[in-house]
Design a binder for this molecule. Structure first.
Ligand SMILES: CC(C)(COP(=O)(O)OP(=O)(O)OC[C@H]1O[C@@H](n2cnc3c(N)ncnc32)[C@H](O)[C@@H]1OP(=O)(O)O)[C@@H](O)C(=O)NCCC(=O)NCCS
Length: 283
């Protein structure tokens, strides 16, 4: 292949198949549907060599003051020529003055540092076939229930409290694409967890709760509903959920570094905390 021109264009549905090939070559498990979900929420950019997708990046805005950058990939044969930086420049232009968050791989870290991102914490990826839960694992069944449409405002408020960004469009897609369980205390919704198909199996996340115990109850409830399934959970190391996940058969297979750029002041964070990510792409 010669030194053909690379075009940077807006990512649309026609590029999905090429993007799936690119992520597979990189060892990422995303299916076409997983790419389509991120695209539905994002401004996407794709680098084309002729008709071939050789690079991607997405900017997912969450409200007016926050966004995530994700799906940054350059074909192995094209790396080290400035394409990653060009894609990131396009994504950051779409980000504007928003605070920008991402989960970096070891490959991406040097580029992101050069672009002004700073590491905040470590993300651990756990996955596997879960070991069967003891019979009393659903002991909190009275406090836990499947979420209905009436739960949405409370779930969205908890998510905002935990993340400091308005993820309502994502939460709507998650309720359509999968199942959600809520945790009540004294009649109030204090936590939620979502599960959907993703990659090789299913992913549980986000998990938002006030305490580690509540987060584990939510996870137990969802895990018990899918015996034998291949499950994945991404969690921030500081939330200390990793040992529990490992003990239940979801082993740590790596992770990434959470980074932020252009951090906007202090946000009104409440007792709700994010125990598991929706995905490394979407926080
Ligand atoms: C991360 C990735 C997109 C970078 O793409 P790329 O086209 O090779 O990046 P560029 O050529 O634009 O290099 C970007 C900058 O990072 C620097 N850089 C890249 N790798 C580096 C390394 N290992 N150490 C130090 N600097 C490095 C380059 O020197 C360049 O700096 P410059 O613009 O000041 O010259 C690519 O490696 C990739 O697709 N990796 C696999 C998927 C992945 O992990 N994506 C990141 C997800 S968070």
């Amino acid at each position: 292949m010669g030194q053909e021109t690379i075009d940077l264009v807006a990512f649309d549905e026609r590029h999905l198949d090429g993007a799936v090939l690119l992520s597979r070559e990189t060892g990422w498990p995303h299916r076409r549907e997983d790419w389509a979900m991120v695209l539905a929420l994002s401004h996407g950019f794709v680098a084309l060599q002729g008709d071939v997708v050789v690079g991607t990046a997405m900017l997912t805005p969450f409200g007016d003051d926050c966004a995530t950058v994700n799906m940054v990939i350059v074909a192995a044969s094209m790396r080290g020529r400035g394409l990653g930086r060009k894609l990131m420049d396009a994504a950051l232009q779409a980000c504007g003055a928003r605070e920008c968050r991402l989960t970096a791989t070891a490959d991406g870290l040097p580029l992101y540092e050069k672009l002004g991102f700073s590491a905040t914490h470590e993300i651990r990826q756990h996955q596997g076939i879960v070991t069967p839960l003891p019979a009393d694992a659903a002991q909190d069944a009275l406090k836990l229930d499947w979420a209905g449409p009436e739960s949405f405002p409370a779930v969205a408020a908890l998510d905002l409290q935990a993340l400091g960004m308005d993820r309502r469009p994502l939460l709507r897609l998650l309720t359509e694409a999968g199942r959600m369980v809520i945790h009540r205390e004294a009649g109030r919704i204090v936590g939620y967890a979502a599960m959907r198909r993703f990659g090789r199996g299913e992913v549980i996340g986000p998990v938002v709760a006030n305490t580690l115990d509540q987060a584990q109850s939510l996870l137990s409830f969802l895990i018990a509903s899918r015996p034998g399934a291949f499950l994945r959970v991404d969690t921030a190391e500081w939330q200390q959920l990793s040992p529990w996940l490992s003990a239940h058969g979801l082993v740590s297979v790596g992770g990434g570094i959470a980074m932020r750029r252009n951090v906007i002041g202090t946000r009104p964070l409440g007792p709700a905390k994010p125990f598991a990510l929706a995905s490394q792409a979407l926080g």
